[in-house]
Design a protein around this ligand. Structure first.
Ligand code: FES
Ligand SMILES: [Fe+2]
Length: 337
C-alpha cells in the first residue's frame, strides 16, 4: 500500500471512542485507541509486547490499556506500567517493541499522525466548521477501490451524468473553460463559465439567475474539496478525507458544509438523504472499478476532461518519494461537460 508519511489521517470519528478500547487500521497499521478518564484519546500499535495479543480486546484500567491475555498494562506512550503476575521484587521488563502514535481530536474526528518523526504540522481543518451561519455534518463511507481512484472520482465531472443521472447535472453538454492551478500541496480547477447545476439537489437549495462559482480541489495527502457558491448567501462544500485501511479498502469521512438562507430543519435531512444517495452510487461504481483493477491492473487512457487525475497522481507520487516540491503550474483547459 502506498502511504504518504508525514500527515495526519482520520482513524475514527470521536463519537466511536467511548469507554472501551477500539481497533482501527490506519494506512495499513492496526491501532488500538482508547480514552483516559480526562477524555484524552491515545493510540498504540495494537500488539501487546508480551505474546502479541490485540490490546483492543482488553480494557482501560487507570487510564492505561490492559491486555486481555495476562494483564500487561500500557500508558498512552506505550510504556509498560504493570504486570499483575509479577513477583514481589521482580522488576518490570524493559519493553521496546511498543509503538505509540500522536493522536488529536479535532472537529469531531480522531486524527493520528503517520510519520517517522514527531508531527511537523497540524491536522487538516474542515473549512467553516463552527462558524456562524454555517452548518456541517459528517458522513463515513467505505469504498473498495484504491485511494487515488476514490479521490479522482470525488473530483470528476464527466461521470456525473452516467452515475448520478438526474441528481445534479443534465445531459446537455457545453464547452466550459477551466483553469487548473497546481501549487504547493494542492491542485485546484476553477470552472470559469459553467452553467448552473441542474437536478433535484441544486434546484432545491440554489437560487436561479445567480452566477455559479465552482472549484474542485485536491489537497495532499488524500483530501478532496468541492465548492459551489451562488453569491455569499448560498454556499455549499463537500470535503472528503480518505484513510486507507487496506489497499482496496478506503474509509472516507465526508463533511457536508453549507450556508443557505433556509432552516437547518429542512436542509439537513434533505442533504443527508441526497448526499447518501449520491455517495452510494459512487461506492457501487468504484467497487466494480476496484475489482477490475485487481484483475487487470492499471493501464488507463486519458483525455483533457480527466482534469485532476494526473495531478493527483503526480502530487501523490512525488510526496511518496518524500519530496514535496513539484513545480507550480497554471493552465486554461476547455472541456466538454
Ligand atoms: S499477551 Fe499481553 S499480557 Fe500476555
Ligand atoms: Fe460521483
Amino acid at each position: 500500500m502506498d502511504t504518504i508519511k508525514g500527515y495526519w489521517y482520520i482513524a475514527a470519528a470521536g463519537s466511536e471512542l467511548k469507554a472501551t478500547p477500539i481497533r482501527r487500521k490506519v494506512e495499513g497499521e492496526s491501532l488500538v485507541l482508547w480514552r483516559d478518564k480526562g477524555g484524552d484519546p491515545h493510540a498504540l500499535r495494537d500488539r501487546c509486547a508480551h505474546r502479541g495479543m490485540a490490546l483492543s480486546a482488553g480494557k482501560v484500567v487507570d487510564d492505561c490499556v490492559q491486555c486481555p491475555y495476562h494483564g500487561y498494562t500500557y500508558d498512552g506512550q506505550g510504556r509498560l506500567k504493570g504486570i499483575p503476575s509479577l513477583c514481589s521484587g521482580e522488576r518490570l521488563p524493559r519493553v521496546q517493541s511498543m509503538k505509540s502514535l500522536p493522536v488529536i481530536e479535532q472537529q469531531e474526528q480522531l486524527w493520528v499522525w503517520i510519520g517517522e518523526q514527531e508531527p511537523t504540522r497540524k491536522p487538516f481543518e474542515f473549512p467553516h466548521y463552527g462558524e456562524e451561519g454555517w452548518t456541517t455534518f459528517f458522513m463515513q463511507t467505505r469504498f473498495h477501490a484504491p485511494v487515488d481512484m476514490c479521490l479522482e472520482n470525488f473530483l470528476d465531472v464527466p461521470h456525473t451524468i452516467f452515475v448520478h443521472p438526474g441528481l445534479f447535472r443534465n445531459e446537455d453538454q457545453d464547452t466550459v473553460q477551466t483553469r487548473v492551478t497546481r501549487s504547493g500541496e494542492s491542485v485546484v480547477v476553477t470552472f470559469l463559465d459553467e452553467k448552473p447545476m441542474e437536478g433535484i439537489g441544486p434546484r432545491l437549495v440554489f437560487p436561479k439567475g445567480v452566477k455559479q462559482k465552482h472549484t474542485d480541489r485536491f489537497i495532499l495527502p488524500s483530501i478532496s474539496r468541492v465548492d459551489y457558491e451562488y453569491g455569499t448567501d448560498h454556499q455549499f462544500l463537500i470535503v472528503s478525507q480518505c484513510t486507507q485501511r487496506e489497499e482496496f479498502v478506503v474509509d472516507v469521512t465526508t463533511a457536508i458544509i453549507w450556508k443557505l438562507p433556509l432552516p437547518t430543519l429542512i436542509t439537513k435531512p434533505f442533504l443527508k438523504w441526497y448526499c447518501r444517495k449520491v455517495i452510494q452510487q459512487d461506492v457501487d461504481i468504484l467497487e466494480i472499478q476496484g475489482a477490475q483493477m485487481k484483475e487487470f491492473g492499471r493501464n488507463f487512457t486519458h483525455t483533457k476532461v480527466d482534469l485532476l487525475g494526473r495531478h493527483i497522481h503526480a502530487l501523490r507520487r512525488n510526496a511518496l518519494k518524500g519530496s514535496r516540491k513539484l513545480k507550480d503550474m497554471s493552465q486554461e483547459v476547455s472541456i466538454r461537460i
